[in-house]
Design a protein around this ligand. Structure first.
Ligand SMILES: [Zn+2]
Length: 70
């Protein structure tokens, strides 16, 4: 887990978003591996903890399913 800088050309207009909360990733992202071994890109370090919390909540009965986090 570490901060990674984007190395884009100035004319590259592609848009990257946080895998956890959907915020725009600007200039750099927080890279970590989630509990299931998937690499994730987040807008802030705290999103790593947020993703783990969301997974716990999803195990509760009646909690909504978020396909984007599958
Ligand atoms: Zn985020």
């Amino acid at each position: 887990m570490s901060w990674v800088d984007f190395k884009k050309a100035w004319q590259d207009t592609s848009v990257e978003t946080c895998d956890v909360c959907g915020n725009l990733l600007i200039n750099r992202y927080w890279e970590f591996v989630d509990e299931e071994g998937h690499p994730r890109r987040a807008c802030r370090e705290d999103d790593e903890e947020l993703l783990a919390w969301l997974r716990q909540q999803r195990k509760r009965p009646g909690y909504a399913i978020f396909p984007s986090l599958e």
